[in-house]
Design a protein around this ligand. Structure first.
Ligand code: MG
Length: 285
């Protein structure tokens, strides 16, 4: 069996069309229920922070427990999350208010808050699937030696509920894979035990994503081959590439050139300009 692991947000869905609504709802909750300041104030702080990030994107990251889990410019949702995170951690009054709202934070309080905002406000959206998503999934399902799996950091119900709208036979969801969770005490059993993947002179990706690795290893345990398809590199793509698993990067309107250049250089990498090109790649791996 060849299992094709398809990232959900941004790969099957057009997150660039959803991000504005996610940001709007998140800022409203922040203003009214967490920070207790005016919406105008939070919106201005958000726009100012976003412009600062985009001026030097390699210097700004999505951080969880002080570790860099993604560069800010890799995806539309990631840029939104990093903007929220940088805005909240850069203002002591905001950080205090966040700490008061999340007294039992699972990660650091700001990451817990941005995770909460992301999960809450993407769960409410009816997904905007990419035009090629239904036919591509249908094609994968129809191949006798192929099983599509949908990969997400979100909980299964958001993804399963939206996939059900496509009226396909059921597709397994690999949910809560926590690609953003790093285990600093874990030595990757690949990449010669090196914890970092050097992408270029400005970008280095931490591979110590133990829970994500366990999820992939579990799918390989029955002897299946795997391939991963996603719209971003650090979270879903770097680990498979370093672990000998073919990886296709879907190039979207927000995909940065440095991600494309790296994947094009990798023997196991492929850049897809459209999700509709996936079957051609699947047939050759
Ligand atoms: Mg994605």
């Amino acid at each position: 069996m060849l299992k094709i692991v398809l990232d959900y947000d941004g790969t099957l869905t057009a997150e660039e069309l959803q991000v504005e609504e996610v940001a709007r709802r998140s800022l409203l909750e922040l203003a009214e229920e967490i920070l207790h300041v005016s919406l105008e104030e939070v919106e201005a702080a958000y726009q100012k922070t976003r412009a600062r990030l985009l001026a030097a994107p390699h210097e700004h990251h999505w951080e969880v427990d002080s570790a860099r889990v993604s560069y800010c410019d890799e995806g539309a949702f990631i840029l939104n999350t990093v903007t929220m995170q940088t805005m909240l951690s850069g203002n002591p009054a905001y950080t205090d208010a966040v700490a008061a709202r999340f007294p039992n934070a699972e990660y650091d309080v700001v990451a817990t808050c941005t995770n909460h905002l992301f999960h809450t406000h993407t769960a409410l959206l009816a997904a905007t699937f990419r035009p090629a998503a239904p036919d591509t999934l249908r094609w994968l399902i129809a191949q006798p030696q192929v099983e599509p799996l949908v990969l997400t950091n979100s909980l299964n119900d958001k993804v399963s509920g939206n996939l059900a709208r496509l009226s396909l036979s059921s597709i397994r969801v690999l949910g809560d894979t926590r690609q953003y969770e790093l285990d600093p005490d874990w030595t990757p059993p690949f990449n010669n035990g090196e914890p970092f993947l050097i992408v270029d002179e400005l970008h280095t990706i931490d591979l110590r994503r133990r829970i994500y690795h366990e999820a992939l290893a579990h799918e390989r345990a029955d002897g299946s081959r795997l391939a991963v398809v996603a719209d971003t590199l650090s979270l879903p793509g770097a680990l498979p590439l370093a672990d000998g698993i073919p990886f296709a990067l879907l190039r979207t309107s927000y995909t940065p050139d440095w991600c494309v250049a790296y994947v094009e250089r990798c023997p196991l990498g492929e850049v897809l300009n459209d999700l509709a090109d996936l079957p051609v790649w699947v047939n050759q791996i």
